[in-house]
Each structure stands twice: as structure tokens, then as C-alpha cells.
Design a protein around this ligand. Structure first.
Ligand code: ZN
Length: 109
């Protein structure tokens, strides 16, 4: 009986020791998992946010550029960036030559 009792106590001690180690390891693993999960969530969220912001700004700037900065030559009808166009009396021209031609036609007719 005594022998059995000691044996049981010993195994109980060993078991509890092992369980405590497992709990500590489990806690460490758990916190590590949480830390990795939180880090991953923050990383993915922030990268998604920046990606979306970059995509939106790129699309908006590209769209606004194509809408605002492209003008049509009143003489030959070619589309060109506004900054490269010649502006005269509210009309856009691809070059000074077409501006003069267009104004000559207007004044002659
Ligand atoms: Zn032109």
C-alpha cells in the first residue's frame, strides 16, 4: 500500500511537472501564435491599405490626366496633352502652324 502510494505520488509529481512544462510551453506557443497573428494582421492590413491607396491615387491621377490634360487640335483633330498644345481664343492646336491655319480659315470665311 505504502509502496503503491509513493509510486502514485511520484507519478503524480512527474505528471504534474510534465503538465506544468506543457502549460508553460503551451502558453509560450500560444502567445507566440497571437504575436505572429497580430503582426501578420497588421502587416496585411497596412499593406492592403497602402496598396489600395496607391491604386486609387494612380487610377485617379491617370484618369484625371487623360481627362484634363488631353485636348483636341481644332485644325486636324489630333489629341495631345494640354501642356504640349497651343491655346488661342479658347481653342487648342497641336502646333502653332495649325493655329495660324485655323485662324486664317476663320478670318477668310
Ligand atoms: Zn493639328
Amino acid at each position: 500500500m505504502i509502496h503503491n502510494g509513493r509510486f502514485i505520488l511520484a507519478t503524480a509529481f512527474v505528471n504534474s511537472h510534465v503538465i506544468q512544462e506543457n502549460i508553460v510551453l503551451g502558453k509560450l506557443a500560444f502567445f507566440l501564435m497571437i504575436a505572429v497573428l497580430v503582426y501578420w494582421l497588421i502587416k496585411t492590413r497596412s499593406s492592403e491599405d497602402t496598396d489600395n491607396l496607391e491604386d486609387n491615387s494612380d487610377e485617379e491621377s491617370a484618369a484625371s490626366k487623360s481627362l484634363e490634360d488631353m485636348v483636341r487640335c481644332a485644325q486636324c483633330g489630333v489629341h495631345l496633352p494640354r501642356s504640349e498644345s497651343v491655346t488661342s481664343q479658347g481653342e487648342f492646336y497641336c502646333c502653332n502652324e495649325h493655329r495660324l491655319e485655323h485662324q486664317r480659315e476663320d478670318s477668310s470665311s
